[in-house]
Design a protein around this ligand. Structure first.
Ligand code: PLP
Length: 438
């Protein structure tokens, strides 16, 4: 790792140097970025993957490896922010796509694939009795929220600061001007008493309460089981629809965090890996709720979407859930994740630095701070610049994690040797940057 920084250099200076080294090492990515600037704002089409001074341009991926346009290779510890659980070229997924290619696509109607994938999902997630497919996690949340508003006849959506539910459904610390203009009630994550009081005070206007049972992209902050149990009890009491956004967390046990914690929501949103690595989303839950979409009913709600039954997404998704990310594989991958997080935290503890990794199973995130982290407000006290510096140092070490947020999401092709590589990368970061981690 190229980190020739004086021990007392401040973090801004270290970051500037890391970015300058990054630019020097990645001229082809820089040139391609310049080329993209006139046609797309910021030269990209997905805010979450942009970082300063410019994002790496990836050329290809195989297994758990990525190659950029300057010829560097990386161990991919981001795994497409949980969607890439199968890695970049899983042979079973590939075979499913090859088979599908031979049969044709855009078939203008219904296929047998939808019901197969529906059954696989229903077999996994305890809250889901019926399911419908969409194209993204954002859409899944939108449909669940709209369904809850219709069922209850109430207008407001309750959520938690720091939870992300899609491009226009965030309860982020900074208000999002392009959010859907719902009437909202926003509480503090894991605050049992404050949230209970807020639910009681606003119950008559709240249609649904939506949350990530572990905040994912916002720092892998788990909800406590007591907090989730309180939400279940209060929402039931007031006739509020409880929605778990398990777009990310559904991978954390065979049946998601709802199964792991034994707290069953009314509706669940899915996405990411559920489509085998292709654009995907699903929403589901109680039959009595979902059946409002049955077109044979006089009062049926519409549910349209040209690609809701995209044959590539369904074929890859079915192959993935039935043959690769089986219930057993989910248990194993999450056990690997717990072991890895423990090793990373042991490195930080041994060095006595202000750095820790939070998360559950195959999802984790670093925080440059000491002390407990139970809410985004806690996490905001961490040093974001140090985290950013860690990203650049790991990139220089051939490891790719999420820029800015530093999310780590394991994929199935990662090996023990890859886990050792990440532990060694973090060890080196901790030792090289110790003076900045106090
Ligand atoms: C918890 C959560 N909900 C919803 C979404 C939105 O999913 P998509 O990007 O597929 O629209 C994401 C995406 O990162 C997410 O992490």
């Amino acid at each position: 790792m190229n980190v020739n920084v004086a021990p007392n250099a401040d973090v801004s200076q270290a970051l500037d140097e890391a970015k300058a080294n990054f630019a020097k090492a990645n001229p082809n990515s820089g040139a391609l970025f310049q080329k993209a600037l006139p046609t797309m704002p910021g030269g990209n089409t997905r805010s979450g993957v942009y970082f300063d001074p410019y994002p790496l341009m990836f050329r290809r991926g195989e297994g758990a490896r990525l190659w950029d346009e300057d010829g560097h290779s990386y161990v991919d510890f981001l795994g497409e922010a949980t969607a890439g659980i199968y890695g970049h070229s899983h042979p079973v997924i590939r075979a499913a796509i090859d088979d599908r290619l031979a049969l044709g696509w855009n078939l203008s109607g219904v296929t047998s694939l939808e019901a197969v994938q529906a059954q696989l999902i229903i077999d996994r997630f305890p809250s889901i009795e019926r399911v419908r497919f969409v194209n993204s996690g954002t859409e899944a949340n939108m449909f669940n929220i709209q369904l809850a508003r219709v069922i209850t006849g109430r207008p407001a959506v309750m959520g938690f600061q720091g939870c992300y539910h899609g491009g226009f459904l965030t309860f982020a610390a900074q208000s999002n001007p392009i959010n859907v203009p719902y009437e909202t009630v926003v509480a503090t994550y894991n605050d049992i008493d404050g949230t209970a009081a807020m639910i009681d005070a606003n119950a008559e206007r709240i249609a649904c309460l939506i949350l990530e049972p572990m905040i994912g992209g916002g720092g892998c902050i788990p909800a406590s089981v007591e907090f989730l149990a309180m939400l279940r009890e209060r929402t039931k009491k007031h006739g509020i629809v409880l929605i778990f956004d398990e777009v990310m967390t559904s991978r954390l046990s065979p049946g998601g965090l709802q199964q792991k914690h034994g707290i069953i929501p009314d509706l669940t949103s899915l996405g990411k890996y559920i489509g085998g690595g292709f654009s995907a989303g699903a929403f589901g839950g109680k039959a009595e709720f979902l059946d409002r979409f049955d077109p044979r009913r006089g009062d049926a709600l519409p549910h349209s979407g040209t690609y809701n039954n995209n044959v590539f997404t369904l074929s890859a998704g079915i192959a993935g859930l039935s043959k690769v990310y089986t219930k057993e594989a989910a248990v194993t991958l999450n056990a690997h994740g717990d072991a890895l997080r423990n090793r990373l935290n042991a490195v930080c503890e041994k060095a006595g630095v202000a750095l820790q990794f939070t998360g559950i199973g195959s999802m984790m995130a670093p925080h440059a701070m000491r002390g407990p982290i139970t809410s985004p407000q806690d996490a905001a006290r961490g040093n974001a610049k140090v985290r950013e510096l860690m990203f650049f140092d790991l990139v220089a070490h051939g490891i790719f994690i999420m820029p800015k947020r530093d999310l780590i999401a394991l994929s199935l092709p990662l090996t023990d040797k890859d886990f050792d590589t990440l532990v060694a990368g973090v060890e080196e970061f901790v030792s090289a940057r110790k003076s900045l981690l106090q």
